[in-house]
Ligand binder design. Structure first.
Ligand code: BES
Ligand code: MN
Ligand code: ZN
Length: 499
């Protein structure tokens, strides 16, 4: 979809749909009031009759043929002023793009000066909502059609709006690419399939972006005994996907952003096998890795001024004669030994080897993205991911980047008193505990042992990365959400700007 910013009067834009946000129970104001007068009071009559309300998730279309250059006017509800935030505007834009997707080729949006959100942030929210809200996960239907909506235009003469819309358009397209990766079936998106997609992304986006994807033999040679153990049960060979982005003129000489992702392309649970209900959704257990791969594409296209290294551990967690077992003791690349209690706690084993490798490649500031624990989904649901960190400032930066980007993240604690949860009688650590207390914290404490020196944050996105049930806002679709791409782009921006 093309994202554009144009000046022009509301009366003169040639749009399939001309849209404006509308606040609930405040009447028509500003440009909508002016349009209403031009239309002889049509909009206020519809408001009196309860057809135009400003309620969230309503976007009534009014046919205005002849009166305006636009064919239709949409008053997209953002709810009450008290409850208003960027998500409300994303939802308004998402509702409209979803409702208009069958017939509209272009949507033009007016901004509202009275909203408590800057024009640039309004543009960003509208771009997010439109591009993410019109995403169709049904790509594998034989009847799938190309989307009709081709142009999103923000009506504004402000250069800050133009820049915000341009950036948001790039980030949202890459977010949808991450969703395609998560929604791809596990027979198509094997670890090799994911490595191929990463290579395509690097070739198409920038000469500054490179990819390597060594296989199981090299993974073993690197000493990655934990990652290799998870991988050994599958006939689909694992891949260690390494992406590097090197800007020509880095903004900071002291920083390499390290992005780590869990990409379990299908998680059966292994010998500690999962229950069958919704097991198909475990194709989405690569959502963290998919977000890292897509984010590198986005950062390259945005010409991010920081060097970035992305390391994604891609494997299946399968059952079979070659599979690893509970009781196995593994040696990770940093030399620590791990007793396997539960083969379904595989993500932390992959990350145990990938995190130190990202440090070896020069990462100064690390953040990992992983659909790590079902308990995180039970705790925070589908809205917030949980963030753990060994450094309070770094955690705050991640949380704030999440909040500003729409990928919401909430701080969670680490504490050395939790270390006993992963104490093993036989090895340095165990990967799980039959006592099911503090499961997300246990996993984070486990990972901390492998994060090495320097700021590290862990984002457990089990609830936010892949929806079993849609969220009924601008992310109304089942499946991959692209969680992490927007957060990463915002984080890189903030890290580059920080002194
Ligand atoms: N991939 C799962 C976590 C998950 C569950 C993500 C549901 C998204 C939705 C992870 O590998 C896993 O199986 N975790 C176990 C850990 C347990 C064995 C300690 C879990 O959450 O049950
Ligand atoms: Mn698992
Ligand atoms: Zn998993």
């Amino acid at each position: 979809m093309r994202v554009e910013v144009e000046t022009g009067s509301p009366e003169s834009v040639e749009a399939d749909v001309l849209a404006a946000p509308l606040i609930a129970s405040e009447g028509l104001n500003g440009r909508v009031a002016a349009l209403n007068s031009g239309l002889g009071g049509l909009l206020s009559r519809l408001a009196e009759q309860g057809e135009i309300t400003g309620e969230l998730k309503t976007a009534p279309l009014v046919h205005v043929d002849g009166e305006l250059k636009a064919a239709r006017l949409a008053l997209a509800g953002v709810g009450t002023r008290e409850a208003f935030d960027a998500d409300a505007l994303r939802t308004a834009a998402g509702t409209l793009s979803h409702e208009a997707r069958g017939f509209a080729r272009s949507i033009f949006w007016l901004l509202d000066e009275s909203l408590p959100l800057s024009p640039a942030e309004q543009a960003r929210a509208i771009v997010d909502g439109t591009l993410l809200g019109s995403y169709d996960p049904g790509r594998w239907k034989s009847s799938a059609e190309a989307p009709r909506l081709e142009r999103l235009v923000i009506v504004s003469g402000d250069s800050a709006v133009a820049e915000a819309a341009r950036r948001a358009g790039i980030v949202a397209e890459w977010t949808n690419r991450a969703r395609d990766l998560a929604n791809a079936p596990p027979n198509e998106l094997t670890p090799e399939g994911l490595a191929d997609r990463a290579a395509e992304i690097a070739t198409e986006s920038s000469p500054q972006l490179s990819v390597e994807a060594p296989g199981l033999e090299e993974i073993r040679e690197l000493g990655m005994g934990a990652f290799a153990a998870v991988a050994q049960g599958s006939h689909n060979p694992a891949r260690l996907i390494v992406m590097r982005y090197d800007p020509p003129r880095p903004a900071r000489a002291d920083v390499v952003l390290g992005l780590v992702g869990k990409a379990v392309t299908f998680d059966t649970g292994g010998i500690s096998i999962k229950k069958p209900t919704y097991m198909e959704d475990m194709k989405g257990d690569m959502a963290g890795g998919g977000a890292v791969i897509a984010a590198l594409g986005a950062l390259a296209e945005l010409e991010c001024p920081l060097p970035v290294v992305g390391v994604v551990g891609a494997t299946e967690n399968a059952v079979g004669g070659g599979a690893y077992r509970p009781g196995d003791i593994l040696t990770a690349m940093n030399g620590k030994t791990i007793e396997v209690i539960n083969t379904d706690a595989e993500g932390r084993l992959v990350l145990a080897d990938v995190l130190p490798y990202a440090r070896q490649l020069g990462a100064t500031h690390l953040v990992d993205f992983a659909t790590l624990t079902g308990a995180m989904e039970r705790a925070l649901g589908d809205f917030y991911a949980g963030v753990f960190a060994n450094d309070a400032d770094w955690r705050t930066l991640v949380v704030e980047a999440g909040e500003a980007s729409g990928d919401h993240a909430w701080p969670w604690p680490l504490h050395s008193r939790y270390r006993r949860y992963v104490d093993s009688d036989y090895a340095d650590l165990k990967n799980s505990n039959v006592r099911s207390q503090g499961v997300p914290v246990l996993a984070a404490e486990f990972l901390r042992e492998f994060a090495s020196e320097g700021p590290w944050a862990h984002v457990d996105m089990a609830g936010t990365g892949f929806f079993t049930w849609p969220r009924h806002d601008y992310l109304w679709q089942r499946g991959g959400t692209g969680y992490g791409v927007r957060l990463i782009c915002e984080l890189a921006d903030r890290l580059a700007a920080a002194a």
